[in-house]
Design a binder for this molecule. Structure first.
Ligand code: SF4
Length: 429
């Protein structure tokens, strides 16, 4: 590779992909490349893909097709032109043990030179950020939740937390450089650190916790992976920054302990660094701990606009989505937060037209939205995604026109009146 080679990165999807692209950029510049202003100006094009909806996937196919023509032209002129695909599409392909997905995308995009798993970029390179005021800071990657509509556990794999100290060091560096805002990023920030505390293997069984005694070493006979619970509980004290030892926070949900987490400590420590704003995305309702509420209440610079994905306001749909709360539990979390923190606003994600959603169930979503008074809802029309449980065992039976109509009704109800107050983020979680 010559020093004169230029790269161009196209990023599809969410903030996590944007943050990944900042690290790809650093890795390429570390190899001596320079940024190009367009595809035409580049010799090395990286496309960071998204699969959250079919339309995002199709845009990648369209782009690669066009770039393929440019590549052929360059080759006839004796010039180098490389197309690299990374992100969600590659994540799914490399996690598919049959190899069929990789075969399929290779066939659909013959012009591609390399399919690069995003894990190969790692965290070895400090991200190259263009924004000098506000920074994304990934704290974990992947998700253990398996909502039935969502492809993320297949694109990004199981949740892996970044080491606590690495995140603290990165945030301190940002503060020194004069950044005013940081946003801590993860598919489910509330479970940050569970794998650090229990070990990756044990985290796989979190949903089957037998009850509050789980962490107290009583039900030794039910320990996962033949481990004694005393082995698991031995690590209940966890070292965070400056050799400080803390007791992980145990998230209580549905009357039992669900996960241990370090997120309240992390958020508090970042907030105490003195940024003007500290934000976090996304925060799943079933893992929102009381301690996290206390930390937000105690730090005025932590965001007062909480992104809390609800997805549906109907209990039967929530169950089919494998979301671990009822509409009442969601509302009670909202009211608990509002009662302890003044001037709080909420944004959310909602899917309309999920498999089997009736008019009455859709209206339940409208009712819930009215009760919460969201500042903004990121509304998606349901689209079936490969490998997900919804695709495998449910029927995508709501006609597209009905989905569109519901989308419009909800958008008119929730977003139109608040257009000017929007926080300006876009996530799907
Ligand atoms: S919707 Fe969010 S919590 Fe559910 S599986 Fe996807 S990333 Fe995980």
């Amino acid at each position: 590779m010559s020093d004169s080679q230029k790269y161009y990165i196209k990023t599809f999807g969410c903030q996590q992909n944007e943050a990944d692209s900042e690290r790809i950029k650093a890795a390429l510049e570390g190899r001596g490349m320079k940024p190009a202003t367009s595809y035409k100006d580049a010799q090395y094009v990286v496309i960071n893909t998204c699969m959250i909806r079919e339309s995002a996937e199709n845009r990648v196919y369209g782009l690669v097709h066009n770039l393929g023509e440019l590549k052929t032209l360059r080759q006839t002129q004796g010039q180098d032109y490389k197309i690299i695909i990374t992100g969600c599409m590659v994540g799914v392909a490399f996690r598919d043990k049959t190899g069929k997905v990789l075969q399929k995308i290779k066939k659909a995009m013959p012009a591609v030179d390399e399919f690069m798993p995003i894990e190969e970029v790692g965290f070895d390179f400090a991200p190259l950020r263009t924004n000098k005021i506000s920074a994304w800071v990934p704290i974990s990657n992947g998700c253990n939740n398996f909502c039935t509509f969502c492809i993320v556990p297949f694109t990004r794999g199981r949740e892996i937390s970044r080491p606590y100290q690495d995140i603290i060091d990165e945030c301190r560096e940002l503060k020194k450089k004069g950044y005013k805002k940081v946003t801590l990023l993860g598919q489910n920030v509330n479970s940050y650190g569970s794998d650090l505390i229990l070990g990756e293997k044990n985290i796989q069984v979190m949903r089957d916790l037998p009850g509050k005694d789980y962490f107290e070493g009583i039900h030794n006979s039910q320990a996962p992976n033949n481990k004694k619970f005393s082995d698991l509980t031995a690590s209940r004290r966890f070292q965070v920054s400056n050799s400080r030892v803390v007791k992980p926070v145990y998230v209580k949900h549905l009357g039992r302990l669900r996960i241990p987490t370090l997120f309240p400590y992390l958020l508090n420590e970042v907030a105490e660094m003195g940024f003007e704003v500290v934000d976090f995305i996304s925060s799943n309702p079933w893992d929102f701990s009381d301690e996290l509420i206390d930390v937000i209440a105690g730090n005025k610079n932590i965001t007062r606009t909480i992104h809390l994905p609800v997805q549906s306001g109907d209990d039967a749909i929530l169950r089919r989505m494998n979301r671990w709360y009822t509409s009442d539990e969601y509302l009670s979390l909202v009211s608990n937060l509002k009662s302890q923190i003044s001037n709080l606003k909420f944004t959310t994600d909602i899917i309309v037209g999920f498999c089997g959603e009736t008019e009455r169930q859709f209206k339940n979503t409208m009712k819930l939205c009215k009760k919460v008074g969201f500042l903004k809802a990121y509304i998606a029309v349901y689209s079936s995604r490969p490998m997900t449980a919804a695709t495998k065992v449910m029927k995508d039976d709501i006609p597209h026109e009905v989905k569109k109509r519901r989308w419009q009704i909800l958008d008119d109800q929730v977003n139109k009146p608040n257009l000017k107050k929007s926080k300006g983020i876009h996530v799907y979680n």
